[in-house]
Each structure stands twice: as structure tokens, then as C-alpha cells.
Ligand binder design. Structure first.
Ligand code: MCA
Ligand code: AMP
Length: 498
């Protein structure tokens, strides 16, 4: 299924489309910056508008500083901070130098951080949370830790923008099906082809201004919002957190044209008496988790805005999108984006994908790579269905994954932590449908004594990111198991609560 011509404007001849021009993210950005250095491109929460010329100069200064402390082509640079122009400049600097950025969720706790450090072995970590310094250095004292302004000594001139499209740009940590998070290695070609496809499909133009309240350490905020804005030469207004009134004020103040968010954000927006204000945006996109058809319809009812839902993954960037022109079908993710091929295989049907956007493999995980691909097609672990008009819907997951407020939670990771609790004999973690979060993390435990929700919540919160904490804990007599002893998670809800 590659009916992606349905995304093209009528006047565009498909043979003219070039998604993989051999360029890299920074060569495209730098060319935009050099063409119009006076143009405002990024709005920083405290500094205000930053121009293209500022980003060009600032990224060069930081690239020299990084090179001066020994960062070389292919070296990993861990990046984790609240959204700011400094973070954008540091990201661009690392890429211009040919380093590989490892964006890392700022909510991570010690164990999660040290896993990434020992797996990716970055040369430097650019972070804004003071406690991370100790965590990183106790794991690997050779990693240099600095802040987002990269306050290091200035260095001599260095060669920039030398790498090719096949060079690695990002390592995004994601768990896939099992085990501890593994790094998905994305090349410049992967990431650039994805934003080129979005530029065409969403009619993204230099005149656009995006309100970007998503964190810049996952594919949605970074790979779509930031990379897309910089590649198109458009503007992005960075908000350090999502707050409904702040978003609505920013839409007015900066005459924004676009907003990208996860369903939890739309759920909060639609409850505001000011929700009709989003009607003035040219485009609202939702992704990272299923947008309930009822929420889609409610947003349209209060604001007239037809949210465009799309589907992506860390390993593939963006895959499938509802059309800009034509029906944006609630409950569906639409058609494959330009360049992307999708097919359904097996029973129940799993979504397999191919395209210039699909990564080549996980960082130093040959076994995981052989399982991830089926004859050159990447296995998404999502289950799909196509309707008569060719719209794709995600109808379930073959992988064990909970998506809470757009953040992914792997039950196994939470179960491993709860199992360490002195009163717990065994446990199983699942997602429960939840109006606000889409799915809420909940734990079923077999315990020696009564266990309060907060006890497990705090126990997990001390060890893992806040969004992985179970919102509820149910004490049951025994975990339901099949004849082979495997826990039957679909039967947990039937168990009597003690
Ligand atoms: C915050 N809390 C959460 C979450 N976020 N709990 C569960 N799930 C969450 N996602 C907790 C807080 O710790 C707090 O707990 C309570 O909920 C309320 O916090 P609040 O301040 O209201 O939340 P917030 O800081 O406003 O965050 C909500 C959020 C945030 C803005 C929706 O979760 C968010 O930024 N989500 C976006 C994630 C994202 O960027 N995903 C893209 C992944 P307590 O009350 O106990 O203190 S990329 C991806 O999935 C693919 C590639 C794709 O297709 O895009
Ligand atoms: P990540 O690990 O962050 O790459 O998460 C990717 C997963 O998010 C996909 O495999 C899907 O399960 C889910 N996802 C992303 N977008 C959507 C969407 N629009 N609807 C349903 N699930 C989605």
C-alpha cells in the first residue's frame, strides 16, 4: 500500500518529489540560515525571538567548543534539557560537527540515565538537571557534563557540515517489545526524508509559525516539530511546558498557524472555555497515541478545527497521516506519507513498513535487528486494519506497551521495579483506559499485606520517571496464568480485589 499520491497537492507531479537529496539536516538548515540571516526562527521562552544568523553563529561557536574537548565525527552527545534556543543551538552544533545526538527524557531517574550512558557511551552530556551530573559521572567518570549553554572554553575553527546523508544523526532510546531500552539509530537521510514528506503532505511553508509545547527529547517534538520547522525555514515558538492558557496566548501573540500535540493535550485544550480560539490555526496535528474519535469530534464541535491525526515511531519517524485536503477521518491515521510503503501481514495483521525514513537498526543489537525486520520490512508491533477507502486504523498492539499522555511505558520495566518491593510476591503491570491519559499505568500485585496506591507509586517514582508510576495498585490473590505458567494479562481485570 503506497497510495501516497493522495497527500500531494494537485499541481505537484509525483516524479518531481525528492525526499532523499543526499543532504543532511544541518546542510539544509544552514543554507536557510545563510539565505536570510535576519529572519526570526525560534522563539525562546526567556530570550524572545532568535534570528537565523544567531543560530548560525551560535551553533558554530558551540561546535568549536565541542571539538575542542575532543568530540569527533560519530561520537555520541547526550542532550537533555527543557526547551530553549540554547538547546536548539547545541543540537545543531553537535550535528554540524558530525556527532550523533542522544536525546534523553529529562524525567529519567538514576537507573534510566545510567542505562543510556553505559549503552550509548557519549563523550559529553549536555543536561540541565543538577542531579544528573553525579548519576552520569558515577556511571562513567570520563563523560564530560555541561549545561545547555555549553559553557566550555572556545576552540579554534573546525570543519563543519562535512558528513553525508547516510551518517547517523540521532540515537533514540525505545524499548520495542522486550528488555531494556535500546537505541534506534537514525541517519540524516531518514530524518530529512521524513520532514520533507511532512512538508509536502501538510503544506508546511516558511510563513508558518508552530507552537511547540512538546519536549525536545522525543521524535514528536524534536524530529517533527523542531527539525521540520528548521528544514522548511519556518518559525517555532518553544514553550517549556504545556499549559493551556500559555498555548492559547501564544497562538494569539505570535499569530501562529500550527500546533502539534498528543491527545492528552487536546483533551485539556477542549475543556477550556477558550477552546474556540484554536480555530484560527491553519493546522492542528495529533500523534504519539490514539486520538479517540469522540475527542476528535468534540474538538471539531467546539472550534471547527479538524485535527489531523498521524502515526509514527522512533524507529521510523513519521509513517502515515490523514490528508491535508479531503476527509480527516476520526479513529484513523490516514494514508502512508510520501515515500513510505505500508503493508499488513499475519493474523492479527501487523503493520510493516519500508521507506527512506526507516532506520537501519538498533545500536549494537544485532539480535534485535534480525527480529525487527521481516525481509526488509520493519515490524512496527502495531496491529492495523484498512477500510474500503484505504484509510489505515491502528486497532491494537502486538507489543506490550502502555502509552500514557504520549509517553511510552514498558510494563516489564515497571514490573521489575515493583518486584523489588519487600511486601510484593509477584506483580503484573497493564494500561487501563483513561479519559485524560489515554491509558493509565496500573499494577496488579500479590502481596503479604495491604498496599496503598501511594506506596507503590512512590516506590516506583523513586526509581523510574514520574509517568511510569502506577496510578492505581490492585491487590489480588494470585496472577492468572495459563498451563505453561505465563501470566494472562487480559484476565487480570476479572480477578477479585482483596
Ligand atoms: C505528567 N504526568 C503523567 C504524564 N505527564 N502521568 C502519566 N503520563 C504522563 N504522560 C504526571 C505528573 O508527574 C503529575 O503527577 C501529574 O501527571 C500531573 O502533571 P501535570 O503537570 O498536569 O502534567 P504535565 O507536566 O502538564 O504533562 C502532561 C503532558 C506531558 C504535557 C501531556 O505528559 C507531555 O509532554 N506529553 C508528551 C509526550 C511526548 O512528547 N511524546 C512523544 C513521544 P503527580 O500529580 O503525581 O505529581 S514520540 C512518539 O510517541 C512517536 C514517535 C510519535 O508518533 O510521535
Ligand atoms: P515510540 O516508542 O515513541 O516510537 O512510540 C511509537 C508508538 O506510538 C507506535 O508504535 C504506536 O503504537 C504509537 N502511536 C504513535 N502515533 C499513534 C497514533 N496516531 N495512534 C495510535 N498509536 C500511535
Amino acid at each position: 500500500m503506497s497510495n501516497w499520491h493522495r497527500h500531494l497537492p494537485k499541481e505537484l507531479d509525483p516524479s518531481e518529489i525528492e525526499l532523499t537529496s543526499g543532504e543532511t539536516l544541518p546542510t539544509v538548515w544552514v543554507s536557510n540560515w545563510k539565505n536570510e540571516p535576519e529572519r526570526t526562527v525560534i522563539h525562546d521562552p526567556s530570550l524572545g525571538w532568535i534570528t537565523a544568523g544567531d543560530l548560525l553563529d551560535r551553533s558554530e561557536v558551540i561546535a568549536r567548543r565541542l571539538a575542542n574537548v575532543g568530540v569527533e565525527l560519530g561520537d555520541r552527545v547526550l542532550l537533555s534539557a527543557t526547551s530553549s534556543a540554547e538547546l536548539v543551538a547545541a543540537h545543531a552544533a553537535a550535528l554540524r560537527l558530525g556527532a550523533v545526538v542522544v536525546p534523553t527524557n529529562g524525567a529519567y531517574r538514576a537507573d534510566e540515565v545510567t542505562h543510556v550512558i553505559s549503552d550509548a557511551r557519549p563523550k559529553i552530556a549536555i543536561v540541565d538537571r543538577p542531579e544528573w551530573s553525579d548519576w552520569i559521572q558515577s556511571c562513567d567518570p570520563t563523560v564530560l557534563v555541561t549545561n545547555p549553554s555549553v559553557d566550555l572554553e572556545d576552540g579554534p575553527r573546525v570543519q563543519l557540515d562535512q558528513i553525508g546523508a547516510r551518517a547517523s544523526a540521532l540515537i533514540g532510546y525505545t524499548s520495542g517489545t522486550t528488555g531494556r531500552p535500546k537505541g534506534a539509530v537514525l541517519s540524516h537521510g531518514n530524518l530529512l526524508s521524513s520532514v520533507r514528506a511532512l512538508e509536502i503532505a501538510w503544506r508546511w511553508q516558511a510563513e508558518d509559525t508552530l507552537i511547540l509545547a512538546l519536549p525536545l527529547f522525543h521524535m514528536h517534538g524534536l524530529g517533527v516539530g523542531l527539525h521540520g520547522s528548521l528544514a522548511v525555514g519556518a518559525r517555532a515558538v518553544l514553550l517549556p511546558e504545556f499549559e493551556v492558557n500559555e498555548v492559547l496566548d501564544s497562538i494569539q501573540k505570535y499569530e501562529a498557524t500550527m500546533f502539534f500535540g498528543v491527545p492528552t493535550m487536546y483533551n485539556r485544550l477542549v475543556q477550556s472555555p477558550r477552546a474556540p480560539e484554536i480555530s484560527q490555526l491553519r493546522l492542528c496535528v495529533s500523534g504519539s497515541a490514539p486520538l479517540a474519535a469522540e475527542l476528535h469530534q468534540r474538538i471539531q464541535a467546539v472550534s471547527g478545527q479538524r485535527v489531523l491525526e498521524r502515526y509514527g515511531m522512533t524507529e521510523t519517524a513519521m509513517l502515515v497521516s490523514n490528508p491535508y485536503e479531503g476527509e480527516r477521518r476520526p479513529g484513523s491515521v490516514g494514508f502512508p506519507l510520501p515515500g513510505v510503503e505500508v503493508r499488513l501481514k499475519g493474523e492479527p495483521p501487523e503493520i510493516l513498513v519500508k521507506g527512506p525514513n526507516v532506520f537501519e537498526g538498533y545500536w549494537e543489537r544485532p539480535e534485535a535487528n534480525s527480529q525487527a525486520f521481516d525481509d526488509g520490512w520493519f515490524r512496527t508491533g502495531d496491529l492495523g486494519a484498512l477500510d474500503a477507502d484505504g484509510y489505515l486504523s491502528i486497532v491494537g498492539r502486538a507489543k506490550e506497551l502502555i502509552i500514557s499522555g504520549g509517553f511510552n511505558v514498558y510494563p516489564r520495566e515497571v514490573e521489575d521495579v515493583i518486584s523489588q518491593h519487600e511486601a510484593i510476591q509477584e506483580c503484573a503491570v497493564v494500561g487501563e483506559p483513561d479519559d485524560e491519559w489515554g491509558e493509565a499505568v496500573v499494577a496488579f500485585v500479590v502481596a503479604d499485606r495491604d498496599i496503598a496506591d501511594d506506596e507503590i507509586k512512590n516506590f516506583v517514582g523513586d526509581r523510574l520517571s514520574h509517568y511510569k508510576r502506577p496510578r492505581r495498585t490492585y491487590r489480588i490473590g494470585a496472577l492468572p496464568r495459563n498451563a505453561l505458567g505465563k501470566v494472562q494479562k487480559h484476565r487480570l481485570q476479572e480477578q477479585p480485589i482483596i
